[in-house]
Design a protein around this ligand. Structure first.
Ligand code: 5GP
Ligand code: MN
Length: 338
């Protein structure tokens, strides 16, 4: 694997570029992809963004969103052609090919060189060039760094600034999580100077709730929250029936897990959510407790120390049993030595 500097020296040689990101993209995944897209288009590359799945409405306003091709629709044959023709594929905000779901084989088998730009723990080796830093709060922060390696800050348009700001704001939990470094603040300060609109981005992402979603949150807090005071763990279990009852849309359960983590004394929180043929787990922790390790050990997942996810193909009830069993020694087993 070559360094990112090697790529930067010959970036202009790559005409057809594809940008892809993980399934169910969040604001960091999509904001990083669109931020990089605007930058590369302005430098004369032919660029296509391909996402493995659709994504929620609260990020669909990001500038350039209408150009994104989503796999699993009637453009799949076009996506295959574009990936075949590409000479460079940027893989943003993930470091394991399985996070591309049905798109993973296409990307894996592509002849194009692959660039990983990411901040998740324990990356796989599928890339030719890598800009990877787990200290980065968001992949969008690394895209900012990448742009400054290739060009100067004037290359960052207001559109790029808004895309990157959205990614950093959400991955830091609005500048509250432990990944919020002084560098994060310096980066967003510069993005604001370059045209990021703080109120526009935050209200588009946080203040566009449907009434159904708010009522669902109330229902979940009242009826679906399980608290183990002795273990300092709290979690929600959401069934497909609950999702249908409140007519939830994609992204409507995002952020729910944080209510469980916000209870005083809780060190680990989870959202266990049933969907068509699997159960998804969203995990959060505080301090030195590692949900990344927990997700890897028990639920074929991963992520960051304090925010990770995983999956189970057992029934919802059996998944809960498995989770409950794994919780018993969570505090002893998953506290990293600092
Ligand atoms: P969220 O709970 O917000 O969906 O995800 C939290 C973090 O865990 C994110 O950084 C996300 O990329 C990662 N993550 C979520 N689900 C999975 C998964 O199934 N596998 C892996 N490796 N990481 C995941
Ligand atoms: Mn991210």
């Amino acid at each position: 694997m070559a360094s990112i500097e090697t790529l930067i020296h010959k970036l202009t040689e790559f005409e057809h570029v594809v940008i892809t990101t993980h399934a169910n993209p969040d604001a960091d995944a999509l904001g990083s992809s669109l931020g990089l897209y605007h930058f590369l288009i302005a430098r004369g590359h032919k660029v296509t963004i391909v996402t493995p799945t659709d994504y929620p409405d609260f990020i669909s306003w990001l500038p350039g969103n209408q150009e994104v091709l989503k796999f699993g629709s009637n453009t799949d044959h076009l996506i295959k052609e574009i990936i075949d023709q590409a000479s460079l594929i940027f893989c943003l905000d993930f470091s394991g090919l399985d996070r591309l779901q049905d798109l993973s084989e296409l990307v894996k088998n592509a002849t194009a060189k692959k660039v990983m730009i990411d901040h998740h723990l324990e990356p796989e080796n599928f890339d030719n060039y890598r800009l990877w830093d787990t200290r980065a709060a968001a992949t969008a922060e690394l895209i900012y760094d990448f742009i400054l390696m290739v060009a100067n800050r004037e290359a960052i348009s207001a559109d790029i600034a808004n895309c990157l700001y959205a990614g950093i704001m959400t991955d830091t939990g609005s500048f509250r999580h432990s990944n919020t470094t002084s560098k994060v603040h310096r980066t967003v300060a510069d993005l604001i100077d370059l045209g990021a609109n703080v109120t526009k981005v935050s209200s588009a992402i946080y203040d566009t709730n449907s009434l159904n979603r708010l009522r669902f949150i109330g229902f979940s807090l009242l009826e679906k929250l399980i608290v183990h005071q002795d273990l300092n763990i709290a979690y929600f279990v959401i069934s497909e029936k609950d999702i249908n009852q409140f007519e939830l849309q994609k992204g409507d359960t995002e952020g729910l897990v944080n209510y469980a983590l916000s209870i005083s004394g809780i060190v680990m929180a989870a959202l266990i959510k049933e969907s068509e043929n699997k159960v998804k787990l969203s995990l959060r922790s505080v301090g030195d407790y590692s949900v990344n390790k927990f997700a890897r050990d028990h639920f074929n997942g991963g992520g960051h120390k304090n925010a990770a996810g995983g999956v189970s193909y057992l029934s919802l009830d059996k998944t809960i049993l498995k989770f409950e069993t794994a919780l018993v020694d969570f505090k002893e087993k998953y506290k990293l030595k600092s």
